[in-house]
Design a protein around this ligand. Sequence first.
Ligand code: CTP
Length: 135
Amino acid sequence: MNIIDGKFKTVLTYGTFDLLHYGHLEILKRASLLGNKLIVGLSTDKFNDIKGKTCVLPYQKRKELLESLDYVGKVIPENNWDQKVTDIQGNNIDIFVMGDDWEGIFDELKVFCEVIYLPRTKGISSSKLRSILDD
Ligand code: CTP
């Protein structure tokens, strides 16, 4: 087991991860390297409806793709905006990670764990891929 700073660290991130792409791979890899286990909160199809996001791939397929990655330890459903504190406490999370398109938005979680915003990969997004598929 790889112990960082003498302690087993668990990292948590969230997202929809539709049409898994290299921007997703980059952030997941970098997030996983911050600790020993990466948990991904994956937006459910119902939650995407609430957010007004229409995916090409349904939850189960998006989950399978994430689970196939060595650096993803576990995938949990993201059902709403308000579950983060419960997820952090229930999974003993040490570090919460999001892309810097969310910079500052989750700073209130700093009382529960470290909060880190990582730079997004330029030039790729699920929206961009969906628009190509729609052509
Ligand atoms: N992300 C990233 N680099 C990209 C695209 C996404 O680092 N080029 C990160 C986001 O910042 C987020 C995570 O990947 O932390 C999941 O983002 P998600 O919204 O699922 O991916 P997008 O490609 O941004 O999807 P969409 O275009 O539908 O918003």
